[in-house]
Design a protein around this ligand. Structure first.
Ligand code: ADP
Ligand code: F6P
Length: 470
């Protein structure tokens, strides 16, 4: 059962508008939200409201951007540089993101950020009210818009939280914790990635929400807000079909040729301290020190997409990653061998899939991650049922992908042992693990996730209707 008329609202649109010499153009947005929801957005009757990824400074340009986005069913919310700095760089990514990922040291608790977050959430509210009919299914996404429900009057309001929800002690560090929870609880339906997130949210509500009541979490939606956990996924079939395209297979062969006689460890992420990139590099460095037999026979290939580069903690993190990559390469490289290949750029879907197909090992080292789609993408691209996924136990996906090799991302020595084990794994074990992982990833795609959520919403409203009729 799918609602007839769906409006997605998220900070970022699935496309990013860019300036060209004679106007504007669009490219695919990066990040997990855009990848996953982008696949289901092409359903009929869906619209998407969000920031277009560019600051435009006059009405004429706003009009041009609107016209560019209209055929894509995207409705832009324009932000000034000041709004963007306070709401996105500030409150979202220098308070909520670091705290929700257990990095309170990266937080800057500035009242101005809170003001900007409120103003921008209210601005989103005005755009929503102007465009979304009352009978539409209104679906808010992620931590950048936790206050949005407060600014809209809509009866069918759902929220999906893409990132980890921290324990209530950590959430309680936020001075504005009650306002955030009270606003969210205006939704009838709130969904988290994992059961752990759901329980943390419930604990936070019971402690800090002004109107929280134990019944709130009763499965009977008529008593309040229904809160559940359904991990998001990917369009697995699209990834496996992409790998089989001629152009992608040619690219895969080229990658193998470039790295002839070398095993490939691949990592793919935004440049974010929560992904454990420094820890991964430290583990790789230790591996090269302790296992000299891998010299000239192994590369770490890192596809890293630029992210949030105006936020000070991200700038600082980038500097450290650049430096560590340089140190490892200068310590261990030889005439024909560079151990770390670090690409600081977004690659297109075909290229990404070619790398997934070429990699012997995919290494996911998140220090904390709501889910981590990269782990599922790698599995979807392993058409021959080989390859090893090494996955941090701190990623939400670890709950589902139990046949991955699990690591503790803060335990560098354990990571080294896991990488060495992966490289030496018997083909039969590789096959058993990958077959089981594929069963999971293909058995529950992003479309199944969507069906589950809509089914839940449908049942909820049926219950509600029933309780009114009694
Ligand atoms: P997050 O949502 O925190 O960014 P995820 O792992 O869930 O983390 O999602 C990241 C998404 O961004 C994936 O779809 C991945 O393929 C994509 N991605 C990450 N790095 C790159 C890159 N360098 N080039 C292209 N896509 C990338
Ligand atoms: O998955 C978490 C998330 O913050 C999403 O909301 C977002 O799409 C993605 O990471 C990328 O982040 P940003 O939109 O800040 O570049």
């Amino acid at each position: 059962m799918k609602p007839e008329n769906i409006y997605i609202v998220s900070n970022r649109l699935p496309v990013t508008v860019m300036r060209t010499e004679n106007g504007f153009t669009v490219t695919q947005s990066n990040g997990g939200l855009a990848t996953a929801l982008g696949s289901v957005f092409h359903q009929q009757n869906s619209y998407w409201i969000g920031w277009p990824g560019i600051i435009v400074d006059n009405e004429k340009e706003e009009q041009l951007v609107k016209e560019l986005l209209e055929p894509l069913r995207c409705i832009p919310v324009f932000l000034s540089q000041e709004e963007f700095d306070g709401y996105y760089n500030g409150f979202s990514n220098a308070i909520l993101w670091p705290l929700f990922h257990y990095h309170p040291g990266h937080c800057i608790f500035d009242d101005e950020y809170w003001l900007a977050y409120r103003n921008v959430n209210s601005k989103f509210g005005s755009v929503v009210s102007a465009h979304v009919p009352q009978d539409a299914f209104l679906w808010i996404h992620d931590y950048q818009l936790m206050l949005l429900p407060f600014y809209i009057n809509h009866s069918n309001l759902s929220y999906f939280h893409h990132i980890h929800f921290p324990s209530q002690e950590v959430f309680g560090i936020i001075p504005w914790r009650s306002d955030l929870l009270d606003a969210l609880l205006k939704c009838r339906h709130i969904v988290f990635q994992t059961e752990k997130d759901r329980v943390n949210f419930k604990d936070a509500c019971l402690k800090y929400a002004s109107k929280a009541h134990p019944d709130l979490f009763n499965t009977h939606s008529s008593l309040g807000t229904k809160v559940s956990a359904h991990p998001i996924s990917i369009d697995a079939f699209d990834f496996s079909q992409t790998v089989q395209k001629n152009a992608v297979q040619t690219m895969t062969r080229e990658i193998h040729d470039v790295f002839a006689n070398q095993r490939i460890i691949l990592s793919v992420d935004r440049l974010d301290y929560s992904k454990g990139i420094l820890e991964r590099l430290e583990a790789f460095r230790l591996l090269l020190k302790d296992f000299p037999q891998y010299h000239e026979k192994l590369v770490l290939l890192m596809l890293v997409v630029p992210s949030r580069s105006d936020v000070p903690s991200y700038e600082e993190h980038k500097r450290k990653v650049d430096e560590l990559v340089g140190n490892i390469n200068s310590e261990y490289a030889s005439l024909g061998w560079r151990p770390v290949h670090y690409y600081y750029q977004q690659v297109n879907r075909d290229t990404l899939c070619a790398y997934y197909a070429a990699a012997d090992v995919c290494l996911v080292t998140s220090l904390r991650d709501g889910l981590n789609l990269v782990s599922k993408e790698y599995v979807a691209c392993r058409t021959k049922n080989n390859g090893v996924l090494i996955l941090s136990e701190m990623a939400g996906a670890a709950e589902e992908l139990t046949y991955a090799l699990k690591i503790h991302p803060y335990d560098i020595k354990q990571m080294v042992v896991a990488i060495a084990y992966a490289l030496e794994m018997e083909k039969s074990e590789e096959n058993v693990r990958m077959t089981a992982l594929k069963k999971k990833v293909f058995g529950y795609t992003v479309f199944d996730w969507l069906d589950t959520i809509f089914q839940e919403v449908f049942c909820m409203y049926e219950e509600l209707k029933y309780s009114f009729e009694q």
